[in-house]
Structures are given as structure tokens and as C-alpha cells.
Design a protein around this ligand. Structure first.
Ligand code: GSH
Length: 211
């Protein structure tokens, strides 16, 4: 498999963890999201993903999959062990809800595209952009903190898709200096995940394109 990735992309980070947990070998095709206005905007990458975002995953048969949660569910279907979604429909819906709280409600507001738009098109100061970033992470984490009881992972004793979303979001929050002291449960679940080699190997600084 080939993963189109950027070391700091949290959506790609989610997929890297899934590939590692499933023990799937993959090659990284690094797409720099910042240099020259973003190599993801080049026509050759647009043919891979018309949305011009990472991750994209090329399967051995040449299919190209986009959207991290769809990719993770695909990997879970072709390599069911260890499962990333519980079998019970209620537990499954709860895992998807936490994953979506992060991937659909926090992450898109803090993504490189919207942040660049705030700066370059709307002319916002860096301080306003940082306040925006912090606001949406804090609001999302306040809800998440109330929803979880880590044991030790977000949804119990097994890692789920929700943890794959959590760890990259916490990494980003730390990088952008969002205070996490009000979120002891989130910090605990993150620490539990990071003890696992699959999470460790997926860290941004461990990637071939890390800077
Ligand atoms: N919902 C998508 C988000 C993908 C996404 O927005 N990726 C970011 C990096 S984390 C990206 O490629 N941004 C490039 C840009 O906005 O120019 C997913 O989960 O895969």
C-alpha cells in the first residue's frame, strides 16, 4: 500500500496508526503541505485526490481511497484484527461519535486550509488565528472530557478508532500550546495510547519526511 502523507497531518497520522496496528506494510509518499504553497495543490496530486488533501491510500490493486475515517474502516474490514470498532451496535455508535467529534467538529476548523484563509484572505492577525484555534480545541475537548471514562483507552480496554483520532488532535493541541490541564481524562487516554508501539511509530517526528 502507498500512503500519501505529511508528517504533521493529523488525518494522515490517524491512518498511520491504523496501518501499524494492523501490521500492514506501507510506503510513504510525502506530500509537503506548506512548501511552495503546498505540493498538495500540484496537478499531479490533484489526480490522486481531487480534494487536494492528505491522506490518500493507494491499495495494491491501484484503488485510491481518501478520507481518513473511511480509510480506517476499510483497513478494519480487510484486516479485522485487532478490531477498531466494537461489534455491539451501541458501542460502535459511541466510538464513531467520539471519532467524529474530533475528526468532523474540531479538526476541520483548525486545518491548514481554513487557517490560511483566515490569514491570507480575511487578513486576520496571528493572535486572532491562535485564539480561534484554541477556542475550537477547548470547546471540543470540554465535551469530550465529559463523555469519556478512559479504561485506559477512550472507550474501554481496547483501542478503537476514537483513540486514533484523539492522539493526533492532542499532539496538535500541544504543538499550538493549548492548555490541557482541564482535561485529565483526555491526557490519560493519550498517554495510554502512546505506550503502544503502533502509536509510537506513527508519531510525526518518526516519519521519513519529518523536519
Ligand atoms: N476529513 C479529511 C481531512 C483531510 C485534511 O483536511 N487533511 C489536511 C491535513 S491534516 C490537508 O491535507 N490539508 C491541506 C489543505 O487544506 O490545503 C480526512 O479525515 O481525511
Amino acid at each position: 500500500m502507498k500512503l500519501y502523507s505529511y508528517f504533521r497531518s493529523s488525518a494522515a497520522y490517524r491512518v498511520r496508526i491504523a496501518l501499524n496496528l494492523k501490521g500492514i506494510d506501507y510506503e510513504t509518499a510525502a506530500i509537503h503541505l506548506v512548501k511552495d504553497g503546498g505540493h498538495n495543490k500540484r496537478p499531479e496530486f490533484r489526480t490522486i485526490n481531487p480534494q487536494m488533501r492528505v491522506p490518500a491510500l493507494m491499495t495494491p490493486a491501484g484503488d485510491i481511497l481518501i478520507q481518513s475515517l473511511a480509510i480506517i474502516e476499510y483497513l478494519d474490514e480487510i484486516h479485522p484484527e485487532p478490531p477498531l470498532l466494537p461489534k455491539d451496535p451501541i458501542a460502535r455508535a459511541k466510538v464513531r461519535a467520539l471519532a467524529e467529534l474530533i475528526a468532523c467538529d474540531i479538526h476541520p476548523l483548525n486545518n491548514i486550509g481554513p487557517l490560511r484563509y483566515l490569514k491570507n484572505t480575511l487578513g486576520q492577525e496571528q493572535s486572532a488565528i491562535d485564539a480561534w484555534y484554541h477556542h475550537w480545541v477547548l470547546e471540543g475537548f470540554e465535551a469530550l472530557e465529559r463523555l469519556i471514562e478512559p479504561a485506559p483507552y477512550l472507550c474501554g480496554s481496547e483501542v478503537t478508532m476514537a483513540d486514533l483520532c484523539l492522539v493526533p488532535q492532542v499532539f496538535n493541541a500541544r504543538r499550538l500550546k493549548v492548555p490541557l490541564d482541564k482535561f485529565p481524562k483526555i491526557v490519560r487516554a493519550d498517554a495510554a495510547c502512546l505506550k503502544l508501539p503502533a502509536f509510537e511509530r506513527a508519531r510525526p517526528e518518526k516519519q521519513p519526511d519529518a523536519e
